[in-house]
Design a protein around this ligand. Structure first.
Ligand code: HEC
Length: 143
């Protein structure tokens, strides 16, 4: 067999042993976001896989190198904005993230494009963008 092909297989198998740590911490309902069901439904479909502890892991989450990309997105997403930790987010930080969220959603930078490739239902419709914008505005007014 072609040597390069053999190396390719070897590497593809070897990288499977580098496994990121996937886990969902238990969600504390007293601090997690809980708002209008319409808003929750959009957030859960389009944002929660990276911005909460309610991540739904697809079958390929165990397959490197997809697993590395996913764990990077989930760790980064939770660090930036964690809807499961909503009540505990510092108001100053929350203000910034909410303003950013409006821009990102309007400019179609969130949800991330690589995620949308595999999650067509997470693509936001015009109506869903409006629902999110109104939600972000209502939260900004509270701060
Ligand atoms: C595939 C995972 C993923 C999805 C889905 C996703 N995000 Fe993100 N998000 C990230 C990551 C990772 C970051 C950290 C910064 C970066 O890498 O862009 C982030 C950062 C953010 C930030 C902070 C940006 C800043 O500059 O402070 C906001 C706000 C945000 N996302 C909103 C959303 C909203 C709203 C949705 C749903 C409509 C969403 N994201 C969906 C992965 C995701």
């Amino acid at each position: 067999m072609n040597k390069i092909l053999l190396w390719g297989f070897g590497i593809a198998i070897a990288i499977q042993f580098i496994r990121p740590d996937f886990n969902n911490a238990k969600v504390d309902e007293t601090i997690a976001l809980n708002t209008d069901p319409k808003v929750m439904s959009v957030l859960k479909t389009s944002c929660y896989d990276c911005h909460s502890n309610e991540t739904k892991y697809p079958w390929y989450h165990n397959v490197a190198p997809m697993s590395w990309v996913m764990s990077g997105n989930i760790d980064g997403g939770r660090k930036a904005l964690d809807f499961s930790n909503w009540a505990n987010i510092d108001p100053k930080v929350k203000l910034e993230r909410l303003k950013r969220a409006k821009q990102l959603v309007n400019n179609e930078l969130m949800p991330k494009s690589e995620y949308l490739l595999m999650h067509k239902n997470a693509v936001l419709t015009g109506e869903e963008k409006k629902v999110l914008e109104q939600f972000f505005d209502s939260q900004l007014e509270k701060l």
